[in-house]
Design a protein around this ligand. Structure first.
Ligand code: ADP
Length: 374
């Protein structure tokens, strides 16, 4: 059985024959030969190679240029290239490695050394491919598990929503009957906790719907109206926490073409977070404006900020920055995941700048003429 296929590229037939015989006999390889760079590229693109031995000085396309082209093509890029140079001094080693060679040998060829280098690089390349196959298998496996988990979460959320709605209704009815002080307190607790459970379930179902992929149902709306609608109730919340909540909108208003409900959700979630994670006496500012066919929404606060190590996970489902219990705010860790999913469905981007103890700036940028629902 062959140990692999090697392409020997040299314009001198004698040199090709020497390497061909050596690698066949002592290495157990299949050998293909090319007399110049162009022929080498054509063979490399059509054949599954394990290694290329590439002469440098050749007419037309020299070894360096051939190597550059091999590395520029995704089909041939991973194949290891060893340069064969006429003498150690004449080889520009930095350039050789710079264009992507993995190693070099010099003439006159020292047979055991050539074989040792070739065997090593063929084996390394094989291991690399095996690892890549394993990695792909693992990715497929993880995707399958994630899909099962998502389905499970969707069906459980769906099944829980109805009974929970009934419990909430029953508790409302119960409140209307004469209750002792203790019973009122218990009803308060049930109401608060069931409300929180319903919020989690609604968020989970929303995220499942958004992640299932949908084209936003865009319609023109005044930017002032959109922000006004998104901020309903927040002035009261800000007042209660003595936070200075301000807005900066374009003077003459602007019409934006977005999905109204989804974009309200984005603004509301970001402002709610800013209020939640800013201590009493702080300030929160919402800025929204259009510029070159883009809508920008920026929410700044001078609150607690976010530690750097949390940033890679910030938009993941259920992620919450670990806080000591006395600082822990109520939440599900789903808000930012929903915001990001909506923004991405609108072909937009979201980013955050933050400094611990100083505050955070969340910036959303959306194209206004993106895909729309059919
Ligand atoms: P939740 O607020 O329900 O925990 P989110 O997904 O909205 O979930 O936010 C994830 C985490 O990001 C929060 O738990 C909080 O730690 C952090 N975070 C979000 N917004 C801010 C903000 N403006 N300032 C500081 N931390 C924030």
């Amino acid at each position: 059985m062959s140990n692999g296929t090697i392409l020997v590229v040299d314009d001198v037939e004698y040199n090709r024959r020497i390497l061909d015989g050596l690698l066949r006999q002592h290495g157990g390889y299949d050998i293909l030969q090319a007399a110049d760079g162009l022929e080498a590229l054509a063979i490399a693109r059509q054949t599954r190679l394990d290694l290329v031995l590439l002469d440098i000085n050749m007419p037309n396309l020299d070894g360096f240029e051939t190597c550059i082209q091999l590395k520029a093509d995704s089909r041939t890029r991973p194949v290891p290239v060893i340069f064969v140079s006429s003498s150690d001094e004449s080889l520009d080693k930095v350039r050789a490695f710079g264009v992507g060679a993995i190693d070099y040998v010099t003439k006159p060829l020292h047979i055991p050394e050539v074989l040792a280098r070739v065997n090593t690089h063929v084996a390394l390349y094989r291991q690399q491919r095996e690892l890549e196959v394993l990695r792909q298998e693992q990715i497929r496996h993880l995707e399958a598990i994630a899909e099962i988990k998502d389905k499970f979460v969707r069906s459980v959320s769906h099944d829980l929503k109805n009974p929970l709605g009934i419990i909430i209704g029953a508790v409302e009815t119960l409140r209307e009957s004469p209750l002792t002080e203790e019973q009122v307190q218990l009803v308060d607790i049930i109401e608060r906790k069931t409300g929180f459970m319903l919020a989690i379930i609604s968020d989970l179902l929303d995220i499942a719907r958004i992640e299932a992929g949908y084209a936003p149902n865009r319609a023109p709306i005044s930017l002032h109206l959109l922000v006004q609608e998104a901020l309903i109730g927040f002035d009261l919340l800000a007042e209660r926490k003595q936070i200075d909540l301000t807005m900066q909108l374009p003077k003459g208003d602007a019409e934006v073409n977005v999905e109204r409900h989804a974009m309200c959700r984005v603004i509301a979630n970001l402002v709610a977070n800013a209020l939640k994670y800013t201590p009493t006496g702080g300030s929160v500012m919402l800025e929204a404006f259009t510029e070159d066919d883009h809508l920008s929404i920026i929410v700044r606060d001078n609150g607690m900020g976010i530690p750097e190590e949390a940033l890679p996970h910030l938009f993941e489902k259920f992620y919450r920055v670990p806080q000591p219990a006395y600082l822990q705010e109520e939440g599900t860790g789903l808000g930012l995941a929903i915001v990001k999913a909506i923004v991405e469905q609108h072909d937009g981007t979201i980013s955050v700048e933050t400094a611990l103890g100083e505050g955070s700036i969340f910036s959303v940028k959306l194209p206004l003429r993106g895909r729309s629902a059919k």
